[in-house]
Design a protein around this ligand. Structure first.
Ligand code: GCO
Length: 451
């Protein structure tokens, strides 16, 4: 039988820019995503997050819906420019009030808020001052964190600093297909990355210093998972090595973004791989970055099978012909929820929360008025079984946040990808829980025993 720990936290996740809308209302400042999505050709069908799910105006309804579905927790993010329109300086009281009320509504519904302080909607004004390349940027972030923590920490206990630095740095500042859409070279990238890590560290210090409750703090990078094809120790070792390997050509890896935070140093192999491009590391920087954390959060959607090469390295195993894909054409690899948490727990020794996992599928409202999404139920069942398997073998798994509570703005892919448990008809904003929402509700009720 599938077993999850007692007190396991079952929730859903979303992020400010992807659901809130109200992009220019009540004094909100512009974010880099507001600006980027306006540029013709940058997003699918020119979609923007200006209205999105209109969650800003429908938050009461959304919380009621989550309550009805039995959610225990909700991972949400705060839009920095909603709180501080220029990124630094004057506070927008109305923006802060939105989150204040939302937190009250969630708690009244017995849903624990887990707040991500930065999920990509960077203040445009700060981008114009150099953004993450500016060496003041960690301090800007910490000042913003202080405002949010002072306001909400009498009620909010769980915090995550940054969501997926690999993506907002790599896609946003190197490949350029996410906001702000610039294409820095590796040297600028690693410099910006160092500031991002410092921002995380200063953010944690700020939460600890100003929280009115006993804060529980984590981080939510991408988990880039490499998997063995069997349980043979040599194959597992190859996959473990690959999981923490740094590719000199890009910043899509785990160790560069996790080791400094959890182990206090950049990985040796990474320092060699990036030798030509290393950022200046000032005395005290690594100590700032490596603040003690309470949990390891990460987002895992899939993994890649690897095998050893004769030369002592590793390579991807060629995909099986006719492999299984989600609508996004992401591979269906349930074992990534076993190997990822296992490798990360071994290396970092922190309680694990799956801060995101899910899929986009081709959902629509059927003739009977319902949304049938059997593939989502099947996908999540397979992944959750694997997550539980790791737990049964000793990985300290504490929670799971399904991405996402409802269909939303999937960044450059706009509204094309439907990741929600709840279907959103964007022109009207009408919400329809999918079959999977009711199914997930049952998973929560039985603490996974029905899986
Ligand atoms: C991410 C982000 C989410 C995405 C989700 C699906 O992982 O890219 O955290 O905002 O919407 O992952 O791609």
């Amino acid at each position: 039988m599938i077993k999850f720990p007692k007190d396991f936290v079952w929730g859903v996740a979303a992020a400010s820019y992807q659901i809130e809308g109200a992009a220019t209302e009540d004094g909100k400042g512009l974010s880099i995503w507001d600006m980027f999505s306006r540029i013709p050709g940058r997003t699918f069908q020119g979609n923007t997050g200006s209205i999105a799910c209109d969650h800003y105006h429908r938050s009461k309804e959304d919380v009621a819906m989550m309550k009805q579905l039995g959610m225990m927790a909700y991972r949400m993010s705060v839009a920095w420019p909603r709180v501080i329109p220029d990124g630094t300086g004057a506070i927008n009281a109305k923006g802060l009030q939105f989150y204040d009320q939302l937190v009250d509504e969630l708690l009244a519904a017995k849903i624990q808020p887990y707040i991500t302080l930065f999920h990509w909607d960077y203040p445009y004004e700060l981008y114009c001052r150099g953004g993450w390349l500016n060496s003041d940027s960690p301090k800007w972030f910490a000042d913003y964190v202080k405002i949010v923590v002072e306001k909400l920490s009498d009620r909010v206990v769980h915090w995550m600093t940054l969501n997926e630095p690999q993506v907002f740095i790599g896609y946003g500042h190197h490949l350029g297909h996410h906001a702000p859409g610039v294409t820095y070279g590796m040297t600028e990238l690693l410099r910006a990355g160092h500031h991002v890590l410092l921002a995380h560290g200063l953010g944690v210090q700020t939460i600890r210093a100003h929280s009115k409750s006993q804060a529980q703090i984590g981080y939510a990078p991408v988990g880039v998972v490499k998997m063995p094809q069997s349980d043979k120790p040599a194959e597992i070792e190859t996959a473990r090595h690959a999981t923490f390997w740094v590719d000199p050509k890009n910043t899509w890896n785990n160790a560069w973004w996790m080791d400094p935070v959890f182990l206090g140093k950049y990985p040796d192999q990474g320092l060699k791989a990036y030798e030509q491009h290393l950022p200046a590391i000032k005395p005290g920087d690594m100590e700032t970055i490596a603040q003690p954390l309470d949990f390891f959060g990460c987002n895992i959607y899939n993994g890649v099978y690897v095998r050893a090469t004769k030369e002592g390295g590793f390579e991807e195993v060629p995909a099986k012909t006719g492999m299984d894909f989600t609508a996004y054409r992401w591979p269906v690899t349930p074992a990534s929820l076993y190997w990822g948490p296992k490798f990360f727990y071994e290396r970092y020794q922190k309680p694990v929360y799956m801060t995101e996992n899910g899929l986009s599928s081709m959902d629509w409202v059927c003739l009977d008025g319902k949304v049938h999404d059997p593939m989502r139920i099947d996908f999540l069942t397979r992944y959750l079984r694997e997550y539980a398997r790791g737990g049964a073998e000793g990985v300290d798994i504490r929670g799971y946040f399904q991405w996402s509570v409802m269909d939303n703005f999937e960044w450059a892919d706009g509204y094309r990808e439907r990741f929600g448990l709840v279907y959103v008809d964007f022109p009207t904003g009408k919400r329809t829980p999918k079959d999977s929402a009711y199914w997930y509700s049952n998973v929560i009720k039985t603490n996974g025993a029905n899986l």
